[in-house]
Design a protein around this ligand. Structure first.
Ligand code: ATP
Ligand code: MG
Length: 563
C-alpha cells in the first residue's frame, strides 16, 4: 500500500510517480538510485539528491540503489567511495545489498557498444578533440559530418576491437554514436561514447584502456539495475534525448525515465567538487572534513546532525527552477534540532577573572543545574561555585553606555543559577590600561536567583569557577566565502573569494567541570554563546577542543530584560 499521508512531501517528481502508478507504467514499481561519481567527498547538494532518491523509495515502498558512477579513471578513488558510503549511511539511509559500480558493467557496456556498431549506429572516428569540437557546429549552425562517419560495420568492429587492445594512442580514436549532425540539440550531434585513456582505474586496474562516457554509461547502468525513475539535476535536461536514444536503439528491457530537478545552491559557499578539491589541494582549508566545508564530512565535524540535514532537504523541497538557498536556512535547521537535543552547559570563551571579595576563600558550593530548561529527563549536574570565577570579557565594560545592562563598576547582575553580584572595582594592567580583574561582592540572600527585597537586575551572565573549570580550545567558524553569490571566473584565484575570518581559534577558554572526558562529537549548548561539539579529530582527554556549530539567536541578557 502506498502511503498517501498528506504530511509526506509532495512535488512534481512525486506527481509523476503517482501518475505512473495509476497508469501502471513500470509495472507499478518504483526504483531509484543515488549515482555519485567517486571523485570527491559528498556535499550538502548531494544530500538533497540522497534524501530525494531514498525518500521516494521509502515513501513508495520501492528500492534505492547506491551506485558509484565511475567512468573516469582520473580522479576517482576508493577514499572517495568510502566517504560516500559513510556519509549516505550517516544521513540515515540504507541501500541494503544494492551497492553497485558502473565499472562492474564495463563488459556489458562494451557488448552494447558492439551491438550499436553492428546496427550501423556507432562508428570509430579519428578526428582529434579540437576537430570534433569544430565539426560539431554551434547553437546557430549545424555540425559537419565526420569523414569517418560512413565506415563499414566490419571496419568499425575491427577498429573498436583494436582500440580496446591498446593499439592506438589517447586522443587518436573515439567511438561515436551515429545520430544527427544537424540536430538542434548539440548533445545529439554524434556524441562520443568511448575514449582511450591509458590510465589505471581504481577498481578495474589496467584491464581497460578505453572508458565509456558518462552519457552512454549512465542510462544503461540505470537500465541494467531496473531503475524506473532516473532523477538527476537540470544540467542534464539536454542529455535526455540521448539517454532515451541509447535505451530505445538497444531495445533494452528496462526503460527508465529521466526526470530533472534544480540542484541546490547555497549562499556563501561553493558546491562544485572541482572547487572543493582545489580548496583542499591548495591547503586553503584543512582537508575535506574541515568544518567550514559544505561537505557532509565537514558539516558532521562541525556538529550538525543528520536529522537537521534531512529537515533542511525537506524544507527546501524539490523544484524545476534554479534558486539560491540562504545559508541561514541551514543554520536554522541546526538550531531547531540542537535546541531540543543539546544539554546546556557553561563555557567562557574569552575569560575575565572575577574575584568575589566577600565570599570565603576556602568555600565551594555545588549548584544543582538542569541540563535543559524544558526537558527534565536530561537531568542535572553539579556546578561548583567559588570565590574566583571567570566571566566573558564581553560581559563587562569599565565605562558602559546606558543601554549596556551587564557588569560595570557599581552595577549588579545575576550569575546564571546563582547569586547577584555587584562590581566594586577593577584591576588594570598599568601598561595597557586593560582590565585584567574585576572585584565584586555577592549578595548571599540571592542564592535562589531573586532578591528578597524584590530588586531586579537586567542581565544574567554565565560563568565558571576558576579553580574548578577546565581549559579548552574553541574554534569559531564564519562563512567560507566573502560574498553570498560571487561570480567566479573560471581562471580566477579562489583565495580572493574566501572570507579571511572564516576560522578563529580561541585557546584560553574555560569550560565547566562536567565536560571532563566528554566523547568526540558530543554536542552542547554553551549558554548564551551557541551550539558546540567536541571535535572528532583533534580533541582528546588531555586537550578538549570544541567546534562551534552555530550561534544562538537569543541571549540570556535579553530574556532577563524582558522579565
Ligand atoms: P559536481 O558538479 O560538483 O562535480 P556532480 O553533479 O558531478 O557534482 P555527482 O557525483 O555526479 O556530482 O553527483 C551525484 C548525484 O548528486 C547526481 O545525481 C547529481 O545530479 C546530484 N547532485 C550533485 N550536486 C547536486 C546539488 N548541488 N544539488 C542537488 N543534487 C546534486
Ligand atoms: Mg556528475
Amino acid at each position: 500500500m502506498v502511503d498517501t499521508d498528506s504530511s509526506l512531501p509532495s512535488d512534481f517528481i512525486r506527481d509523476i510517480i503517482n501518475e505512473d502508478l495509476k497508469t501502471g507504467k513500470h509495472q507499478g514499481r518504483v526504483a531509484t538510485r543515488f549515482p555519485p561519481e567517486p571523485n570527491g567527498y559528498p556535499h550538502i547538494g548531494h544530500a538533497k539528491s540522497v534524501c530525494l532518491n531514498f525518500g521516494i523509495a521509502k515513501q513508495y515502498e520501492g528500492t534505492c540503489n547506491l551506485r558509484m558512477d565511475d567512468t573516469d579513471p582520473s580522479g576517482e578513488s576508493m577514499e572517495y567511495v568510502d566517504s560516500i558510503i559513510k556519509d549516505v549511511k550517516w544521513l540515515g539511509f540504507d541501500w541494503e545489498d544494492r551497492l553497485y559500480f558502473a565499472s562492474d558493467y564495463y563488459d556489458q557496456l562494451y557488448e552494447y557498444a558492439l551491438q550499436l556498431i553492428s546496427m550501423g549506429k556507432a562508428y570509430v572516428c579519428e578526428l582529434n578533440a579540437d576537430e570534433i569540437r569544430e565539426y560539431r557546429g554551434s547553437f546557430n549552425e549545424p555540425g559537419k559530418e565526420s569523414p569517418y562517419r560512413n565506415r563499414s560495420i566490419e571496419e568499425n568492429l575491427d577498429l573498436f576491437e583494436r582500440m580496446r587492445a591498446g593499439e592506438f594512442d589517447e586522443g587518436t580514436h573515439v567511438l561515436r554514436a551515429k545520430i544527427d549532425m544537424a540536430s538542434p540539440n548539440i548533445t545529439m550531434r554524434d556524441p562520443v561514447m568511448y575514449r582511450i585513456k591509458k590510465e589505471t582505474h581504481y577498481r578495474t586496474g589496467d584491464k581497460w584502456c578505453l572508458y565509456p562516457m558518462y552519457d552512454f554509461t549512465h542510462c544503461l547502468s540505470d537500465s541494467i539495475e531496473g531503475i524506473t525513475h532516473s532523477i538527476c539535476t537540470l544540467e542534464f535536461e539536454n542529455n535526455r534525448p540521448l539517454y532515451d536514444w541509447f535505451i530505445n536503439e538497444l531495445k533494452v528491457e528496462n526503460r527508465p525515465q529521466q526526470i530533472e530537478f534544480a540542484r541546490l545552491n547555497l549562499s556563501f559557499t561553493v558546491m562544485s567538487k572541482r572547487r572543493l578539491l582545489e580548496l583542499v589541494e591548495k591547503g586553503l582549508v584543512n582537508g575535506w572534513d574541515d568544518p567550514r566545508m559544505p561537505t557532509l564530512a565537514g558539516i558532521r565535524r562541525r556538529g550538525y546532525t543528520p536529522e537537521a540535514i534531512r529537515d533542511f532537504c525537506e524544507r527546501i523541497g524539490v523544484a524545476k527552477n534554479e534558486s539560491m538557498i540562504d545559508m541561514a536556512l541551514l543554520e536554522n535547521c541546526a538550531r531547531d534540532d540542537l535546541n531540543e537535543k543539546s544539554p546546556r552547559v557553561m563555557a567562557v570563551l574569552r575569560p575575565l577573572r572575577v574575584v568575589i571579595d566577600n565570599y570565603p576563600e576556602d568555600r565551594v558550593e555545588e549548584f544543582d543545574c538542569p541540563y535543559h530548561p524544558q526537558n527534565e529527563d536530561m537531568g542535572t549536574r553539579k556546578v561548583p561555585f567559588s570565590r574566583v570565577l571567570y566571566i566573558e570579557q564581553g560581559d563587562f565594560m569599565e565605562n558602559p553606555p546606558r543601554k549596556f545592562y551587564r557588569l560595570g563598576i557599581g552595577r549588579e547582575v545575576r550569575l546564571r543559577y546563582g547569586y547577584f553580584i555587584k562590581c566594586e572595582s577593577v584591576v588594570t594592567n598599568p601598561d595597557t590600561g586593560e582590565v585584567v580583574e574585576v572585584h565584586c561582592t555577592h549578595d548571599p540572600e540571592t542564592r535562589s536567583g531573586f532578591a528578597p527585597d524584590g530588586r531586579k537586575v537586567r542581565a544574567t551572565i554565565h560563568w565558571v569557577s576558576a579553580d574548578h573549570s577546565l581549559p579548552a580550545e574553541v574554534r569559531l567558524y564564519d562563512r567560507l566565502l566573502k560574498e553570498a553569490d560571487p561570480t567566479m571566473k573560471e581562471d580566477s584565484d579562489f583565495a580572493d573569494y574566501l572570507n579571511p575570518n572564516s576560522l578563529e581559534i580561541l585557546t584560553s577558554c574555560r569550560v565547566e567541570r562536567s565536560l571532563a572526558g566528554t566523547k568526540p562529537e558530543s554536542r552542547f549548548q554553551f549558554e548564551r554563546t551557541g551550539y558546540f561539539c567536541v571535535d572528532s579529530v583533534d580533541s582528546s582527554a588531555k586537550a578538549l577542543i570544541f567546534n562551534q556549530t552555530v550561534t544562538l539567536r537569543d541571549s540570556w541578557a535579553r530574556i532577563s530584560k524582558n522579565k
